[in-house]
Design a protein around this ligand. Structure first.
Ligand SMILES: *[C@@H]1O[C@H](CO)[C@@H](O)[C@H](O)[C@H]1NC(C)=O
Ligand SMILES: *[C@@H]1O[C@H](CO)[C@@H](O)[C@H](O)[C@H]1NC(C)=O
Ligand SMILES: *[C@@H]1O[C@H](CO)[C@@H](O)[C@H](O)[C@H]1NC(C)=O
Ligand SMILES: *[C@@H]1O[C@H](CO)[C@@H](O)[C@H](O)[C@H]1NC(C)=O
Ligand SMILES: *[C@@H]1O[C@H](CO)[C@@H](O)[C@H](O)[C@H]1NC(C)=O
Ligand SMILES: *[C@@H]1O[C@H](CO)[C@@H](O)[C@H](O)[C@H]1NC(C)=O
Length: 347
């Protein structure tokens, strides 16, 4: 009995598809160990407008920068439509200690590019014991206040690890869709009474998943010069999915994809339909997933047949059930009335 089962398995388990492309043909796939998927690219003809990255190989390992040249990029996600960058830290240190030069103003500017500063991932953060940190968005002729926070403390014992509620550390959200943010660090109380445990004040934008405040940061954060922050990106020059799909020549989502409006950056995002995986920005980037291929993740208890975008489970002759590992599987028919059994099994 087991040999025919095995044969059926082999029959329906199709060979693995060739590894799907991540870039346009002939384009570099990596900068150092960072994978660069289309719509991003490091060479002319390899990227969509605005998605040029620079791979600087004078660093070892090589470093990737977004096209403005001075913003380093450390990771990219096609599924989340995000890019992780390294951002500067504004700093003001107690002068007599001469720990590090002061940087009272910092800015992040990605205007004209298909990115926005993620308001869901980043928190504007300030550290210190008398620190006011304010964000401005540059207007036509003026600076407009957007957001900010204030942090105080008198002694280290009042500071709590992991808590940024205004004692030693404060955090605040930023508005959605920002492309330029300018941070001004102000000292409302100099460090003369607190320098022994908090010699500096700081302000920075950081990915909340990659930064947890700890009391020792007050003492030694001046040794860091950048922190990770997240950008959202979108394709299609501020078009909605509906507007883009009316012009199939310029529509940027490939076969077997869905489209969603970006809620942050201007434009839309593409994703592979369920049952497909790969790069949705390439014409045939989304390839069928062979659900039957891997014995560990195979969803069927007995016979698995891969189909385009899905799979079919079935039972060998003389067995009943839905054939799914997560369902009733396959059971040997024991009564003359299998119909009754199926109904009972569903209750
Ligand atoms: C890439 O290289 C850096 C530095 O060598 C290393 O820290 C990082 O873990 C590497 N990332 C991957 C995905 O291998
Ligand atoms: C690479 O980085 C070095 C050091 O910062 C810089 O001098 C050089 O101009 C950069 N090269 C490119 C191609 O951007
Ligand atoms: C805070 O965390 C540091 C290490 O992360 C630890 O040494 C310290 O004791 C912690 N402080 C408190 C009050 O829990
Ligand atoms: C710090 O502030 C105190 C009073 O708040 C003042 O007496 C002192 O001169 C200040 N020190 C510096 C270095 O500005
Ligand atoms: C995108 O389009 C909206 C509505 O048409 C407009 O208000 C907004 O300024 C545009 N954004 C960009 C970055 O072009
Ligand atoms: C995209 O946005 C437009 C305009 O706001 C809306 O009409 C449309 O339903 C949205 N499409 C999707 C797929 O969310």
């Amino acid at each position: 009995m087991t040999i025919p089962f095995l044969l059926l398995h082999l029959l329906f388990t199709l060979p693995a598809t060739a590894t799907a492309a991540t870039t346009l043909p002939g384009c570099p796939t990596h900068c150092g160990n960072l994978t660069i998927p289309f719509p991003f690219g490091t060479q002319p003809g390899c990227h969509l407008p605005g998605f040029l990255l620079t791979c600087n190989t004078t660093f070892s390992p090589p470093r990737t920068f977004i096209s403005t040249g001075n913003i380093q990029l450390t990771s990219l996600s096609l599924t989340a439509s995000t890019a992780t960058i390294l951002t500067l830290i504004a700093r003001d240190c107690y002068t007599p200690l001469a720990l590090a030069p002061n940087i009272p103003t910092i800015w992040l500017d990605i205007t004209g590019l298909p990115y926005a500063i993620s308001n869901t991932r980043n928190k504007f953060t300030a550290l210190g014991c008398g620190t006011l940190a304010l964000n401005y968005r540059k207007g036509q002729s003026d600076l407009y206040y957007t957001t900010g926070c204030v942090s105080f403390c008198n002694e280290l014992s009042s500071v709590i690890n992991g808590t940024c509620s205004g004692i030693g550390c404060c955090q605040t959200a930023i508005p959605r869709g920002l492309q330029r943010i300018e941070t001004i660090l102000q000292i409302v109380k100099n460090h003369s009474n607190t320098w022994s445990f908090s010699p500096c004040s700081y302000a920075f934008l950081v990915d909340q998943d990659q930064y947890v405040f700890k009391e020792s940061d007050l003492e030694d954060f001046y040794m860091r010069d950048r922190v990770p922050a997240v950008l959202d990106w979108a394709v299609g020059n501020n078009e909605t999915c509906e507007a883009a799909a009316t012009n199939s020549a310029s529509y940027l989502c490939g076969a077997n994809t869905y489209c969603s409006n970006s809620t942050s950056a201007a434009g839309y995002r593409c994703g592979c339909l369920s049952g497909y995986a790969g790069n949705p920005y390439l014409a045939n980037g989304c390839q069928d997933i062979n659900e039957c291929e891997d014995a560990d993740t195979n969803p069927c208890s007995d016979i698995c047949e891969n189909t385009q975008g899905s799979f079919v489970c079935s039972c060998p002759h003389g067995y009943t059930g839905d054939g799914k590992k997560s369902g009733s599987g396959c059971n040997k028919q024991t009564t003359k009335f299998p119909f009754v059994q199926v109904v009972a099994g569903k209750i």
